[in-house]
Write a new protein. Structure first.
Length: 354
């Protein structure tokens, strides 16, 4: 007796024959005659749907991951019904907000983070390949309200955090709100400040990250802090252009961060060989006033932007912000800067330095 199975005649194949064309053995079934251990692994793989991710088989939705205007977009094939069953945000997007769309542009989260989110939803496991993937995946998990993934990625970040990775983590978070930043990163900044400033990732960090570092960093001399900021400024000046096409100067790059530098904590010799040697950073009047107060506190009127903290950056100090983000120092109170506006080739890239 003949019957039809998805357009194929039942007599065209039998349980003893090869699997039907629409079912490929390696994709759906474990090989026959496998050991119990291999059988258990095969059962897991059957429940693990990650092998379908970015596979055109059965796919009915495409994501275009756009990391920035200067990079080639990446295309990922997925399955709307499976994602909708796995995550409420995808359900809302696919079946309520845009039910007729089959292609979606993803430009509000990092591509590696979005792909990490998809891997988690398909496999049910968080298995990052790199620390950077874990950081970006956590941000994507926050965006899509995947609470369990947030917990797992946070644990991975905390367990694998090193001084070299502090600045990339801060770049990823992109905030000066210390309550949002992982407390382990704050602790590492306070206890291992020298290692953080000495790392290769520090000179590549964003302006926001540098603000956080200067707010918190401890267990380091102010001379080392100033020298590190100078190296950061040199690196930035190589990448940033003014509107007229000229390079941003080292002094212009450093100037916005002067209120966070404890210049009064420097010795007279360190001040002369540090800020004093950069002739375009401060005026002679400001240099004289600051140096005079280093030698004899309160002897001269200081520039209004000067950080009046004479204390060293101890790992035991309570971190604080000299100026809150809501009430930044007016430009008129900062040292004179170049009148030329600057535009960075990387400022337009949301994932600067990562």
């Amino acid at each position: 007796k003949q019957g039809t199975v998805r357009g194929l005649h039942a007599e065209s194949w039998s349980p003893r024959s090869e699997a039907p064309p629409f079912r490929k053995e390696p994709l759906f079934h474990p090989p026959s005659g496998t050991s119990p251990k291999a059988s258990m692994e095969a059962t897991f793989m059957k429940n693990n749907k990650e092998r379908f991710l970015d596979n055109k088989a059965l796919s009915d939705v495409v994501f275009i991951l756009r990391p920035g205007s200067d990079r080639v977009p990446r295309t990922v094939h997925a399955h709307r019904q499976y994602l909708a069953m796995s995550n409420e945000m995808f359900y809302t997007q696919f079946y309520l907000n845009e039910p007729d769309e089959t292609q979606f542009n993803i430009d509000d989260v990092h591509p590696d983070g979005f792909y990490g989110l998809l891997k988690y939803l398909y496999s049910g496991m968080f298995r990052p390949i790199t620390f950077e993937e874990a950081m970006f995946t956590r941000e994507a998990a926050k965006h899509y309200h995947e609470l369990e993934l947030i917990k797992e990625s946070t644990k991975y970040i905390v367990d694998n955090l090193t001084p070299e990775r502090v600045c990339p983590l801060l770049d990823c978070l992109d905030t000066r709100d210390l309550t949002i930043i992982d407390k382990e990163a704050i602790t590492m900044l306070k206890n291992s400040g020298t290692e953080v400033l000495r790392s290769d990732t520090f000179v590549k960090c964003s302006d926001t990250t540098l603000n956080v570092v200067l707010d918190v960093v401890g267990n380091v001399t102010e001379k080392f802090v100033f020298d590190s900021v100078e190296q950061w400024a040199i690196e930035k000046s190589r990448k940033v252009l003014h509107a007229d096409g000229t390079l941003l100067s080292r002094e212009d790059a450093m100037r916005p961060f002067l209120p966070q530098l404890r210049l009064l904590n420097l010795s007279p010799k360190d001040y002369v060989s540090g800020p004093g040697k950069l002739r375009k950073l401060l005026t002679d009047h400001d240099n004289y006033a600051i140096l005079g107060n280093i030698v004899e506190p309160a002897s001269l009127c200081l520039p209004p932007w000067t950080n009046r903290d004479y204390n060293t950056r101890s790992q035991f100090h309570t971190h604080y912000r000299i100026y809150s983000s809501e009430n930044e120092v007016p430009d008129s109170k900062l040292p004179p800067r170049s009148s030329r506006s600057s535009v960075s080739s990387k400022d337009g890239d949301s994932w600067n330095g990562l």
